[in-house]
Ligand binder design. Sequence first.
Ligand code: 13P
Ligand code: SF4
Length: 347
Amino acid sequence: LTIEEMQMRVTAIKERLGNALYIPGHHYQKDEVIQFADSTGDSLQLAQVSAKNQEAKYIVFCGVHFMAETADILTNDEQIVILPDMRAGCSMADMANMNQTEKCWEVLMDTFGDTIIPLTYVNSTAEIKAFVGKNGGATVTSSNATDMVKWAFTQKERILFLPDQHLGRNTAYSLGVPLEHMAVWNPIQGCFEHDGDLEDVKVILWKGHCSVHENFTVHNIKEVRETRPNMRIIVHPECSREVVALSDDAGSTKYIIDTINSAPPGSKWAIGTEMNLVKRIINQHPDKEIISLNQSMCPCLTMNRIDLPHLLWTLENIENGKIVNQIKVDNGIAVDALLALERMLHH
Ligand code: 13P
Ligand code: SF4
């Protein structure tokens, strides 16, 4: 099939299925997919629209596995959530598993007693969300991390933040927690990486990271500052503390989009986030000079697994009465994970 034929087929199926079909699309998705999304957004917005939509029988989630799991947890039992390609995972979410988390929690309880609350970035498996929900904690996204960390400190003296050390560090630092009061937990070795006194530690950061955002470096920033002194630099808070500190601004994908949308014509921007989004922003703003902070562009390979052929294949199967790639979170896990998600959504 040619691209045009595939596009025509998707359009026709969408028309025939009407409200029975809903397609959320994350900002990092390819244009060939995003053109068919019923709503686009950052992780928080997509969680919110999934929770709101209780009508669509089929939710074909164009994003990665943990997002489809979240949609399944937030929708009702009759609704079917589908991920067009099961290989669309997230390497960061895979950096925290249950064994590691239980081991960490045991050590934290021994070390700090009942003075600690867990927070997990939504970029985590449903199982980890359930663990966090069961232990009184909540999920966070890059757009509400500040509010959620503030909330967590009203609950307990200390926070375990997993699995992204950078979002955790950047958020806690912006709220005034000194770096020496943060300790890194190494889940592979099952131990702290910390030189100072553990007594003073307020935030325990899980040693996980995003393999896309680690490609934005201090070197990239120096290069932009030297060659394009009038350019503003905006990055995602999954970038390291050093990179965020040297940038002019940082925020979620929605925040980056809104910032560029409201910037004056002629303004110059270097953006530190995933390639599909940066390319889209460049195309939508011919009146501005916009580049990727890392000139070689940084794709999220798993987000890119979702493409037009996979979307079409999924939709054709639905029409033929066959469900492929359904994401179904075990009920026992979903109940506890929902606690963590609701503490965030109702905050
Ligand atoms: P946001 O869209 O919430 O900023 O998340 C970015 C991301 O990496 C999703 O995997
Ligand atoms: Fe995961 Fe990073 Fe890809 Fe987001 S961009 S899905 S955090 S690997």
